[in-house]
Design a protein around this ligand. Structure first.
Ligand SMILES: Cc1ncc(COP(=O)(O)O)c(C=O)c1O
Length: 273
């Protein structure tokens, strides 16, 4: 089902699924903030997890994000299988946000809809995709959710009455973008070149990089409070996101984005030095 970008689906899904006060949403310990926003909009509780074993019996919806924003971590088949098994055991839908899936650098991201993960059984599983990163089309607001037909039918019935319909011109643009891989390769090559530059500059200036095997960010640390690092970089004219925006476990990291222009990224090394 087409969505108006992936963010609105992430925000509204708990309400669409009927979650309310007393419900619980499980989100990764370090996560894109909209998973928590969606839980708050439904007045649901939030529980964070690192591995499937951390997810409690009372959870009503599980968010997975691979590759992760902010860490760039990619979940392997076994990790995904464990989350799927846990969700099915407790009867909670498992929704995997895969909007960075085309952007693997040192790992090949895998979808929750891959047979290697689910043996061909999509019960309780959804994957969320977007053209924003893959095709650099964030302004078009084009995303999609796919998976368990029963869940998709439930979502579609409610959303069409709530007016969350993708405009026809955007549908046509989406079909064109999904039918072409050349521009995806070109875009990925641009990000890859920026990533190499940022990676070298950071590691030769006292930063360590954690995860970051995929996606649009480098998850970097100098082993100090993230706001000290943010200040240090800001004094050199470099803007990064403090890691604790994404959860307290990120308190010593900053998120460095590959989304600035080539010209700006080109200045990164000299400004750092
Ligand atoms: C993990 C994750 N999900 C979803 C989105 C939303 O993207 P969009 O609404 O443009 O598809 C983002 C954007 O940064 C993101 O990082």
């Amino acid at each position: 089902m087409p969505t108006l970008g992936s963010k609105e689906l992430v925000a509204w899904l708990p309400i669409i699924f009927g979650l309310a006060k007393g419900s619980t949403v499980a989100i990764p310990e370090l996560a894109y903030p909209t998973y928590a926003v969606g839980a708050m909009m439904a007045h649901a509780n939030i529980e964070t997890y690192v591995t499937a074993d951390d997810i409690s019996d009372s959870v009503d919806l599980i968010w997975v994000n691979t590759p992760s924003n902010p860490t760039g971590q990619v979940l392997g088949v076994d990790e995904l299988k464990a989350i799927v098994a846990r969700g099915r055991k407790i009867g909670a839908p498992i929704v995997s946000d895969e909007c960075y899936i085309e952007l693997g650098w040192n790992a090949t991201p895998i979808s929750i809809l891959d047979r290697k993960v689910n043996d061909g059984d999509l019960t309780g599983l959804l994957a969320v995709h977007s053209l924003s990163k893959r095709s650099n089309l964030a302004g078009y607001r084009s995303g999609a959710v796919a998976g368990d037909l029963k869940l998709i039918n439930d979502i579609t019935s409610l959303r069409k009455h709530a007016g969350m319909l993708m405009p026809t011109p955007v549908q046509h643009a989406t079909i064109a973008a999904l039918g072409d891989v050349a521009h995806v390769k070109e875009q990925k090559a641009k990000y890859g070149a920026r990533r190499d530059l940022l990676h070298t500059a950071l590691t030769s200036n006292g930063f360590s990089i954690s995860h970051s095997e995929a996606g649009l960010y480098l998850w970097a640390t100098r082993g100090e409070d993230c706001f000290t690092t943010v200040d240090w970089l800001a004094s050199r004219g470099i803007l990064v996101a403090p890691g604790d925006f994404y959860g307290t476990a990120g308190a010593k990291h900053v998120r460095v984005a590959m989304t600035a222009t080539d010209e700006r990224i080109g200045q990164f090394a000299s400004r750092l030095a």
